[in-house]
Design a protein around this ligand. Sequence first.
Ligand SMILES: [Zn+2]
Length: 301
Amino acid sequence: MPGAVVTVADGVHAYEQAPGGWCVNNAGIVVGTDAVLVVDTAATERRALALRDAVNALAPGPRRIVVSTHHHGDHTFGNHVFSGPHTLLVSHEAGPAELRRKGTALQSMWPHVEWGHTPTVLPALTVREGAAVHLGGITAELFHPGVAHTSDDLVVWLPEQRVLFAGDLVFSGAAPFVLMGSLAGSLAALARLRELDPLVVVGGHGPVGGPELLSFTEEYLRWVAALAGQGRADGLGPLETARRADEGPFADLLDRERLVGNLHRAYFEAAGGAPGIRIESAPAMREMVAFNGGRPLRCLA
Ligand SMILES: [Zn+2]
């Protein structure tokens, strides 16, 4: 099985896929007496089927609610594997338009990956601000923390267990990525997540941790904001600023080339650009490859 079930509270499981870099995401499985909540699926059909096996082993009952923390394909390409008469697919209200707009375009970045059959499935229920899901014995709160990793982020919070499924607002052991969302919005969202006082934080990628994952992400994003300020003052673009940066505690993160994409968003916001406004990602992605010494971004999906 590509993933590992990590039980973090009674009936609450993270589904960790190592090592957590590009397109290798985490999911969640929350088992109530009436229904199971699945937080995200996976990037490839094979990985999604393995996740479904894990869900079936933990929760043989038919009623399933699948929540997407955002539209990115590594979290949604496997949604069709869970489709069926007893499954309700849920996203933020901005999710369906993003799913339709992007389709499977992400797959062309990594043609060597065996993506399998991944038709786009649109959610039946969308959430604007928040909603509560009553699973029987466990209640999950879904809420939109503002534009952070993307414009359609939705986090899953279990108040009784104090478990937070943060989606890609948190990367554990890998570089955060805010090119498609907002740096300022991510910092605001992280402050809100900290107020929840979680015991367990399941990020969208990488090992499960605690609130230190929120702190680490905040430190990283503040560092990016400072670099952007300095780079702009020095008249340098994002790529050159990234190349000159002392990466310090962030040097060993997976996918550290995301620094360039993050700087593109930081520059945009420093120049007055609003959170979540789409900026063309292709030039930033090309510069991330350049930062990586011309090597393609590493995807182990
Ligand atoms: Zn993402």
